[in-house]
Design a protein around this ligand. Structure first.
Ligand code: UD1
Ligand code: MG
Length: 453
């Protein structure tokens, strides 16, 4: 579409029911501020200019809204006088002249580009106003779409509606497209003569019609236009988002045994034929390649998991964990800011931090990289085909050469050359029959303590 478009995002609404020190639209869904999800739908609709109407935290909200190269300008709506008034907070930008104006809400984060595109298409087809409606069996609280002779004639707010009008189940999502060339003229005609004494954006339907303009509605699925006013609704929206994304991933070839227990971040990427077992959590910036398996109770954030790798159960991958193909990070292991080579095994109870481990190495149970001295962080480098014995402490900075062998229980503080064996532990001493002596002495002590009859 060659038409120019300004998106106006209303985010100056009442946040009090969130009981939060933070603006409502900064609360996260799938680890991304709500406003970011709205902007993603706007970006996918092909819109690159956005006016953000805010009541507080203008700079923070604008920063969260600046995604994918969209130019975002914040506008303060100091007094909250209604949705019509809110749109006019962006008057300057509307006046700059766009073909289309698209109004969305910052607290309706599940919206996708499909209804937004349909609304813009309505304008391209000659409408002055395109309302995005939805059908619901719980219409209470929403504006109702009133139809006469097959035409949308008005939106009636709940408080202004008659009993008959309240029976209508076709509702206003609040999202709307407006002919950009006529927008200011139409918006300036809105009055606040209604039950709430607010400037209703919804009045544009009647205003445009009275001037001979065409007004139509397009529909969005009810789930896409769910709004967020409190943290119960925040959790409900999270649930809907997770369900939608899990379904997309499964349909793209990912197996989830119990999808309802897998939590994805907004940008989680998972390749075909990867299997996710129950109870796995993904934080932001994670890519899992194909044919991997993520066992239960793993927590993965900022990680790259190569094809065919195996994680968990109970593994933690922190930011910068980068696992090559067929690597294995097993139970109760943590990897942070480290590269694990192809086919390398980190199987049990290990911490690898600020390290590189070459291909084909084996890190024994309980081995730890000691990367922190309480002030600074240091690096550990382990070569290819090295063997790090169980319960080894690698005190960084330290390097272990290719093919080196570290004896179990060692504390390694010096670099180990390739193919060397390093032992850094006390020598074993043997005292024959000494155990018998100790045991008998203990038994005698206990007997002596017993009270006499
Ligand atoms: C609005 C619609 C209603 C629709 C419903 C959908 C109007 C008059 N009514 O009603 O038809 O069914 O949304 O949820 O438009 N906002 C501002 N500044 C304001 C007022 C609102 O920025 O002065 C923002 C809010 O942050 C919110 C959105 O606009 O994102 C809607 O405001 P809200 O007060 O929730 O409108 P409703 O009364 O629910
Ligand atoms: Mg509302």
């Amino acid at each position: 579409m060659n038409r120019t478009c300004l998106a106006i995002i209303l985010a100056a609404g009442d946040s009090t029911r969130m009981k939060s020190s933070m603006s409502k639209v900064l609360h996260s869904i799938a680890r991304r501020p709500m406003i970011g999800h709205v902007m993603e739908a706007i970006r996918k609709t092909g819109i690159s200019s956005a006016a953000l109407v805010v009541g507080r935290d203008a700079e923070e909200v604008a920063a969260a809204a600046r995604i994918g190269g969209i130019e975002v300008t914040p506008h303060l709506q100091a007094e909250r006088l209604g949705t019509g008034h809110a749109v006019l907070a962006a008057r300057e930008e509307i006046a700059a002249g766009y073909d289309d104006i698209l109004v969305t809400y910052g607290d309706v984060p599940l919206i996708t580009d499909a209804p937004l595109r349909a609304a813009r298409q309505g304008l391209a087809d000659g409408a002055d106003i395109v309302v995005i409606g939805f059908h619901t069996d719980k219409p209470a609280g929403y504006g109702r779409l009133l139809v006469k002779d097959g035409e949308l004639i008005a939106i009636r707010e709940e408080k202004d509606a008659s009993d008959a009008e309240r029976m209508v189940t076709w509702c206003n999502s609040g999202l709307m497209a407006i002919n950009g060339r006529k927008a200011l003229d139409l918006l300036d005609r809105i009055r606040n003569d209604n039950a709430k004494g607010e400037y209703y954006l919804t009045d544009l339907v009647e205003i445009a019609r009275s001037l001979g303009g065409k007004v139509v509605a397009v529909d969005a699925p009810e789930t896409e236009v769910a709004g967020c006013n409190n943290r119960v609704e925040l959790a409900a929206i999270e649930r809907l988002w997770q369900e939608r994304r899990r379904n997309e991933l499964m349909l793209s070839g990912v197996t989830m045994i119990a999808p309802e227990t897998v939590f994805l971040a907004y940008d989680t990427v998972i390749g075909r034929d990867t299997v996710i077992e129950p109870n796995v959590f993904f934080g932001p910036k994670t890519v899992v390649e194909t044919d991997a398996i993520i066992h239960s109770f793993s927590h993965i954030e900022g990680a790259h998991v190569g094809a065919g790798a195996e994680i968990g159960p109970f593994a933690r991958l922190r930011p910068g964990a980068d696992l090559a193909e067929d690597a294995k990070v097993g139970n109760f292991c943590e990897v942070k800011n480290s590269k694990i080579g192809k086919g390398t095994k980190v199987n049990h109870l290990t911490y690898i931090g600020d390290s590189t481990v070459g291909a084909g190495s084996n890190i024994g149970a309980g081995a730890i990289t000691c990367n922190y001295d309480g002030v600074n962080k240091y690096e550990t480098h382990i070569g290819e085909h090295a063997f790090i014995g169980s319960n080894t402490s690698l005190v960084a900075p330290v390097s272990i050469g290719d093919g080196a062998y570290i004896a179990s229980g060692s504390v390694i503080t010096k670099d180990v050359p390739a193919n060397a064996l390093a032992l850094g532990r006390a020598r074993q001493e043997m005292k024959l029959e000494r155990a018998t002596f100790i045991r008998e002495r203990a038994l005698a002590f206990k007997a002596a303590k017993k009270p006499k009859d």
